[in-house]
Design a protein around this ligand. Structure first.
Ligand code: SAH
Length: 475
């Protein structure tokens, strides 16, 4: 219980609040008598009746009970489960408004965390690159398999922050083909008395269904993650999957499904995939391409989930790198070499660094299948490999590209980049807060931010990618 003036609020109180801002997780923010409430599922511009879920001294949390006056930005959500699921935090907000929210998020982080002036940020920031179709854009999905309250076999999504499965085979972000595949797997399980894994007891067999679709190639991979080493009647599963009738030109499943496998995960863990994968039918991978570069994707490899926007993102990175064919480029946090291979044709040579050995193996294989010879990959942490090579071998770079995970670049990595004095640094980021922090270090070290642009890879969610280029100040 807290008192603000004469007002007091408690958990479970119902209050009426006008929403006039958006929080970083997409929640609505409003004030009642100067007391700030973060309201889940409220859209900026709404007036809502909200139930208080948590009370703190200076702010509290609530969730929408009833929308009293809907915001002009409110739209009818496509998915009936969006409030429970937690995957699409802002599905009730128009896509246009989502883009403005993301543009502002990047801008505010650059100002607040990066310490850049608003005037400067407005000068260097370009308008966010949105999606033409912000639905069914994900090429990868992992569906948990389990039982509902009546003991019926189900697959779908975990309800936000829990491990209860919401049965839903028709996710609005996933490939439309997934529904038929999931139904085929469930039918195979029912007909052959194949059990689903139960997390509480550690018994049962099928844990997850992983589906990946090459949007450019049309190829599909289905991988069942199982708590055991063998799937009963596996031939019946294969037959069922290959008989699916997908609508459209490539209607025959045989022509589209290229890989059926199992991943063995007998550990009692939240990690989805097991380390061992066995192919049951077809290849151990599917292929997909981004422009003219082909990638081999196996069940365990990392691959960008939104291929259409990824192409736009990489094209921007390439444009910002201003390559003429003479440059030596270092691509740090290179994953399976996607950016490295994308830049290789325009550069003299590209060196990639990545911490996961399997990803580096894939990167080498991807270079080989594309006949790209001017790339070389190194396994290890960017903050270890780069200083080592710089200090011992005096390596050189005209351009450095970084694409780190959310936590951003290690300071040792940033310091080595500064010492190497490349002409340009291209920073691709999935978290504009750590981007802003790292840009401050680079700017204080003698670089100037030239261009910044958001690329929306994850419509309906609060996440946004940013690409940015800095150039060396002449001294
Ligand atoms: N550029 C790639 C991958 C980006 S994701 C692409 O666009 O597909 C970030 C990558 O950084 C992941 O592959 C992750 O394994 C890797 N990574 C995480 N920490 C790292 C570190 N300290 N040094 C090098 N790579 C790291």
């Amino acid at each position: 219980m807290v008192g603000i003036g004469t007002m007091e609020y408690r958990k479970n109180d119902i209050v009426t609040v006008q929403i006039d801002d958006i929080g970083t997780d997409g929640e609505g923010i409003g004030k009642i008598d100067g007391y700030t409430l973060f309201v889940k599922d409220a859209v900026i511009g709404d007036v809502v009746e909200a139930k208080i879920t948590k009370v703190k001294k200076n702010y509290g949390y609530a969730r929408v009970e009833k929308v009293i006056t809907p915001s002009s930005f409110r739209v009818e959500p496509r998915c009936a489960f969006h409030r429970q699921c937690g995957g699409c935090q802002i599905q009730a907000m128009s896509y246009e408004r989502q883009l403005t929210f993301k543009q502002d998020k990047i801008k505010n982080n650059l100002i607040r965390i990066g310490g850049f002036s608003e005037e400067f940020v407005d000068k260097v920031m370009e308008p966010i690159v949105g999606m033409e179709e912000p639905w069914h854009y994900r090429n990868k999905a992992q569906y948990p398999v389990g039982y509902d309250k009546n003991g019926k076999l189900v697959t779908g999504f975990y309800a936000g922050r829990t491990h209860d499965i919401i049965p839903n085979t028709d996710c609005a972000l996933g490939a439309p083909e997934n529904k038929l595949i999931l139904e085929a797997v469930l039918a195979y399980m029912e007909e052959n008395h194949v059990t689903a894994y139960r997390e509480n007891t550690g018994e049962g067999l099928v844990r997850h269904i992983l589906i990946r679709t090459g949007f450019a190639s049309g190829e599909i991979m289905v991988c069942l993650v199982i708590n055991g080493r063998k799937l009963p009647a596996e031939k019946r599963l294969i037959d069922k999957l290959l008989k699916i009738d997908f609508a459209g030109e490539r209607s025959l499943a045989e022509k589209r499904i290229k890989s059926i496998s199992i991943s063995i995960n007998t550990e009692r863990t939240n990690v989805i995939m097991g380390k061992e994968v066995r192919t049951l039918w077809g290849n151990s991978y599917i292929e997909d391409s981004i422009q003219s570069v082909t990638f081999r994707i196996s069940p365990l490899s990392f691959y960008q989930v939104n291929p259409i926007q990824t192409e736009k993102l990489y094209s921007l990175a390439l444009e910002y790198a201003e390559l003429t064919g003479k440059e030596t480029v270092w691509d740090l946090y290179c994953g399976i070499g996607t950016i490295s291979l994308f830049l290789a044709k325009a550069a003299k040579s590209v060196y990639g660094v990545e911490v996961i050995p399997q990803a580096i193996e894939d990167a080498g294989e991807n270079a080989r299948i594309n006949g790209i010879e001017n790339v070389e990959f190194f396994v290890g942490e960017a903050e270890t490999i780069l200083p080592e090579k710089y200090e011992k071998e005096g390596i050189y770079a005209d351009v450095i590209v970084v694409d780190p995970p959310r936590k951003g670049c290690d300071i040792k990595c940033l310091e080595t980049m500064l010492a190497m004095k490349p002409e340009r640094i291209v920073y691709v980021s999935c978290d504009s807060a750590t981007l802003a922090r790292d840009l401050r270090v680079l700017v204080d070290g003698g670089y100037e931010v030239k261009r910044v642009r958001g690329v929306d890879q994850f419509g309906q969610s609060v996440h946004v990618e940013t690409v940015c280029v800095l150039s060396k100040l002449s001294v």
